[in-house]
Design a protein around this ligand. Structure first.
Ligand SMILES: C[C@@H](Nc1nc2c(c3cc(-c4cn[nH]c4)ccc13)C(=O)N=C/C2=C\CC1CC1)C(C)(C)C
Length: 314
């Protein structure tokens, strides 16, 4: 045969990719399914165990017919794309496998055995300053990683901050996240609106979200951990939105002054002026992480440190 210079396929007609051992595709019968642990708008998250290894997972099950009927295919693709962009960050829920059967799609993910942060706020009433600093520092660390990957979460809230067996966080729920393809995309108008109490003014005023919208939500979460309730809360969504647009909130005395200062620098109407924004006024993550509120926080490998024991705000 002529030794043509072109790369000829080996006799077994397998591509190089096919020659490498591929991770075995899983299927529903590889798992035992237990209780439902969370309900999304068009999905169910179920506790499951892989039969062959005994490893426990959370499996997000999406009904294909429902997704198509509700025109949510885009969100499912965004969620999978975002989860695949995240390479094994300790403070973000990891996607291990995906597979499907005739009815459903299955996402096999980290199991956070202690539920979500909202559960702890309800149980504790509020967090003391030391605990608030630690958990906010872990959220900032996860957020910095997402923003570096040009991902905006867009729905940051206590229900999406999961707590692991070891009492560290795992950021989750990327179905409504946005991947910023290129810089000018940052802030372009779009249709999604997050959860009322954490929605930023820019989203309500000109429907534009940017990385800084996540900093607004962060300010709301710091407030909620220390005061036991979010800063903007009306009797219904419309009233909540009104308070946000009017920047109508007060800082109760149970919030320590150092936290009041940071909250005031995050709950700023102009997203470019929020501390942490990558603008001259925002100062980027450097400015946020060096704020006196984080006094005593060691940022390096925070996920390996022992979290402070949860205590309510005195
Ligand atoms: C926010 C989310 N809630 C939850 N999402 C996930 C959980 C999860 C676990 C508990 C829990 C565990 N023990 N007790 C409660 C409660 C709520 C959970 C988990 O372990 N692993 C991955 C998850 C989500 C990953 C998937 C979005 C990509 C909603 C409400 C949307 C279902």
């Amino acid at each position: 045969s002529n030794n043509s210079s072109s790369q000829s396929l080996p006799q077994n007609n397998q591509s190089p990719q096919q020659q490498r051992p591929q991770p075995k595709k899983r299927a529903p019968h590889d798992f035992d399914f237990f209780e439902t642990i969370g309900e999304g708008s068009y999905s169910t998250v179920t506790h499951a165990r892989e039969k062959s290894t005994g490893k426990e997972f959370a499996i997000k099950i999406l009904n294909k017919k429902h997704i198509i009927k509700e025109k949510k295919v885009k969100y499912v693709n965004v969620e999978k794309a975002v989860l695949n962009k995240i390479h094994n960050h300790p403070l973000i829920v990891r996607l291990y496998y995906t597979f499907q059967d005739s009815y459903s799609l299955y996402f096999v993910l980290d199991l956070a055995k202690k539920g979500d942060l909202l559960g702890y706020i309800r149980k504790m009433g509020s967090f003391n300053l030391e605990c608030t600093k630690f958990y906010i520092a872990e959220i900032v660390t996860a957020l910095e990683y997402l923003h570096r990957k040009n991902i905006i979460h867009r729905d940051l809230k206590p229900e999406n901050i999961l707590i692991t067996e070891e009492m560290h966080i795992k950021l989750t729920d990327f179905g409504t996240a946005k991947i910023i393809e290129n810089e000018e995309d940052n802030g372009r108008a779009n249709s999604f609106v997050g959860t009322a109490e954490y929605v930023s003014p820019e989203l309500l005023n000109d429907k534009a979200t940017c990385k800084s919208s996540d900093f607004w939500a962060l300010g709301c979460i710091i407030y909620q951990l220390l005061a036991g309730r979010p800063p903007f809360k009306g009797n219904n969504e419309y009233q909540t939105f009104q308070k946000i647009i009017k920047m109508e909130y007060t800082l109760p005395d149970e919030i320590p002054d150092v936290a009041k200062d940071l909250i005031k620098k995050l709950l700023v109407e102009n997203p470019d002026h929020r501390i942490g924004a990558d603008t001259p006024e925002g100062g980027g993550y450097e400015a946020l992480k060096s704020h006196p509120f984080f006094e005593g926080i060691i940022w390096k490998d925070i996920h390996l440190q022992t979290p402070p024991e949860l205590k309510p705000n005195p």
